[in-house]
Ligand binder design. Sequence first.
Ligand code: WQD
Length: 337
Amino acid sequence: MAILVTGGAGYIGSHTVVELLNAEQQVIVLDNLSNANVNALKRIENITNKTCVFYQGSVLNKALLHKIFTDHQIESVIHFAGLKAVGESVNKPLQYYETNVTGTIILCQVMAEHGVKQLVFSSSATVYGVPDSLPIRENFTTGATNPYGQSKLMVEQLLTDLHIADKQWNIAVLRYFNPVGAHESGLIGEDPSDTPNNLMPYICQVAVGKLPELQIFGNDYLTPDGTGVRDYIHVVDLAQGHLKALQKLSTRPGIVTYNLGTGRGYSVIEIIKAFEQASGKQIPYRFSARRDGDLAAYFADSSLAYEELNWQPLHSLESMVESSWLWQSKNPNGYND
Ligand code: WQD
């Protein structure tokens, strides 16, 4: 029996495929390579000495999905494929709703037609509105402030309705906080297709000289040093969380949502200092205006995942910045090196 990983050539997807292969799972990857590089799959083979079956295409392609489910005995799906840039989603709402919502609907329709009803869904902490308190728990009010977050919320709702309609569906919804870092080999990592929106890949590109300096979006937040505080989680810890959620599906019927974070927040300045310590590189920066939509601070209460999935993050901040630097310094041009 195989696991279908949509978006499996992407940043979090590729790290999850490594963990699945290391756990002796058969893996099928579907990826349209819109924000991924096929070279990641070769690197995965170098790391694991195992291969996965790869199909290039979109989850919107129903015929291709039918072919995959016909040609392979698939027991579960981990669904990463989607668009995820908050700012871009404001300018391209239809593209975000089509890919993220319609894409998931088509995937679930084909899964149901083939009797496959075990799903791990890649959601995001963006679905939480402005939290009333910290840390954030799964039962906190949700309320997206952009089409990207709204699309994730809509998918969470459709999956809930799907389970209500057919109790055979077993679904784990994973809300990520801020994934960073890379596999210890330095062979796979985050490789944004254009100028990074997120902090860590931006710092990495400054460190290798691809970008001149970092802009810190606001230093007047009510946080210890005035800069934004986030719950950074190592991508390998995040990948492990997917395996644990997958394993849980077979013993825990129903639909359940888990925060995947560390419960600890770090400020932008703290991240810069830790990265400089790990890399020996100076990261020039200047303060600029706050970024629309940014919150001062948010970090997770992941105790439900600790208790129910027997999962907890193992990597330290040092490991996050060291592994990010190792990946970037070995691959200054990402997978195009
Ligand atoms: C982190 C901190 C910025 C860039 C986003 C999505 C979320 C998830 C993770 C998908 C903030 C500051 C950043 C820069 C900066 N993605 N920053 N200069 O915004 O917490 O979360 O990515 O699911 O959905 O919303 O992550 O890395 O963009 O920002 O000062 O050039 O770094 O203000 O305080 P964010 P981020």
